[in-house]
Design a protein around this ligand. Structure first.
Ligand code: GDP
Ligand code: IMO
Ligand code: MG
Length: 436
């Protein structure tokens, strides 16, 4: 039984959900350890399309127990919506779901707080967030005094007492920032959220202890990172990041599992780069409505799962990938959406950065410096064939094989998987094996 991690090596949406779906059957437990409903994973399963944000994607596998770890920020109504979507799709998920008592709860005032800060009423500039209350909830977690955890939803009277001073201060703060800001009522919130606590009472438990037991008894666990490593709070393009450790660094703190025991880390890489929201992206293609960027956006359907925003599109960035492959100690890479690159005479990969014409070494941790980096490109021949029907390496055109090989060389990790479409069957294992 293996301990496996699936982590995005770019700015999210690398198609982690598809690889999780492929790997889950070999793992009795699947675990989310970071983020919340800012994630959006689209997975095709038995002919149906599921869109999951907060529940682990692995919950689609009927043998898996799905864990929402302590590092996740939970908006309970969203959990209930996703459970309903699964029930309607024929997946009985509730009995297989465990939510950490220590996971922090997103309350409606977090949405208002995010709206205020993203519209310039709070501090600083807009980050281009997903509007799911993620940042404000993590702020309250780090601040400790205004935090509500899943365990608090199990006792309405105690929850009400906790919420009274929090809601009073939030109301005052919001009003000071915007006279038209929404106001909240502690008793109403306590009633509503204790109601969710009642529905999920059997599911809320000590998942850290559970992870310890899996570790001791070697019961297989698959960790699903949400977002991508370039959005990691500590290791990404700060401040245009999310508010959690979205790299494998988050596993230990966000689940309680001793991450040094991981057997295999799959670094998920889209064959080009996308980014949603603000912040620098050195390889972004800004070549207009008739350009290559728009073509890739249309063919790859690059529109956000959560917000519907068009994703920014660019060439593959091997400088950024080298940084995140090392950070996560990715054992292998999965090169996703390779089919989307068909039909371009030439493909580019950023192999270095320059600032003011001088080489810049490595990937800067500060967005202001990253914004000044110009990519140095290597150009590779493209291919014209439709590769969505390829099932083994020898089905791929030579130019596609060369592209895969060059990515592996530049990033310094083997490519285990090339993905040529959203379906499970469209997964090519480059060395024959089937992974974890
Ligand atoms: P995640 O957030 O990393 O799980 O990724 P998303 O679900 O946000 O975005 C990936 C999208 O690409 C989904 O709509 C998948 O169904 C789709 N997809 C996954 N693998 C492939 C592939 O190899 N080719 C194509 N064309 N689409 C893919
Ligand atoms: P998955 O798991 C892509 C981005 C937002 C914004 C920044 C901060 O589907 O890969 P937040 O709401 O987290 O405070 O927003 O992070 N972002 C994502 N981008 N994929 C995601 O998740 C994302 N989750 C957050 O667009 O730029
Ligand atoms: Mg996504």
């Amino acid at each position: 039984m293996a301990f496996t991690c699936v982590v995005g090596l770019q700015w999210g949406d690398e198609a982690k959900g598809k690889i999780v779906d492929v790997l889950t059957p070999k793992h009795p437990f699947v675990v989310r350890f970071n983020g919340g409903a800012n994630a959006g994973h689209t997975v095709k399963f038995e002919g149906k399309t599921f869109k999951l944000s907060i529940l682990p994607t692995g919950i689609l596998c009927p043998t898996a127990t799905a864990v929402v770890g302590n590092g996740v920020v939970v908006y309970p109504p969203r959990i209930l919506e996703e459970l309903k979507q699964l029930t309607e799709g024929g997946v009985d998920a509730l009995p297989r779901l465990k939510i950490s008592t220590s996971a922090h709860v997103i309350l409606p005032y977090h949405f208002e707080q995010e709206r205020l800060s993203e519209t310039g009423k709070g501090s600083g500039e807009a980050i281009g967030t997903t509007g799911r209350g993620i940042g404000p909830c993590y702020e309250d977690k780090a601040g400790r005094r205004w935090a509500i955890r899943m365990v608090d939803l199990l006792d309405e009277a105690a929850l009400h007492q906790k919420l009274i001073p929090i809601v009073e201060r939030k109301n005052r703060l919001f009003k000071a920032l915007d006279p038209n800001a929404k106001q909240f009522d502690a008793a109403e919130l306590a009633r509503e959220f204790a109601g969710y606590g009642n529905i999920l009472r059997e599911n809320i438990c000590d998942t850290q202890a559970l992870m310890g037991e899996c570790s001791d008894s070697r019961v297989g666990v698959l960790f699903e990172a949400a977002q991508g490593s370039l959005l990691d709070l500590d290791h990404g393009s700060f401040p245009y990041v999310t508010s959690s450790n979205s790299s494998a660094a988050g596993i230990w703190s966000g689940s309680g599992f001793p991450a040094r025991k991981l057997d295999t880390t799959y670094g998920i890489v889209k064959a080009y780069t996308t980014r949603v929201g603000g912040g620098p992206m050195p390889t972004e293609l800004l070549d207009g409505p008739e350009g290559i960027g728009e073509k890739i956006r249309q063919v790859g359907r690059e529109f956000g799962t959560v917000t519907g925003r068009p994703r920014r599109v660019g060439w593959l960035d091997a400088v950024a990938l080298k940084h995140t492959a090392r950070l996560n100690d990715a054992d292998v890479l999965c090169l996703m959406l390779l089919d989307v690159l068909s039909g371009h005479p030439e493909l580019k990969i950023a192999v270095g950065y320059e600032i003011d014409g001088k080489p810049y070494s490595g990937f800067p941790s500060d967005a202001a410096i990253l914004a000044r980096c110009n990519p140095v490109y290597e150009t590779l021949p493209g291919w014209s064939e439709d590769i969505t029907g390829a099932r083994k390496p020898s089905d791929l055109p030579q130019a596609a094989l060369n592209y895969i090989r060059r990515v592996s060389e530049l990033v310094g990790r083997p490519v285990a998987v090339a993905s040529v479409g959203p379906d499970r069957a469209q997964t090519i294992w480059m060395n024959g094996g089937e992974g974890a």
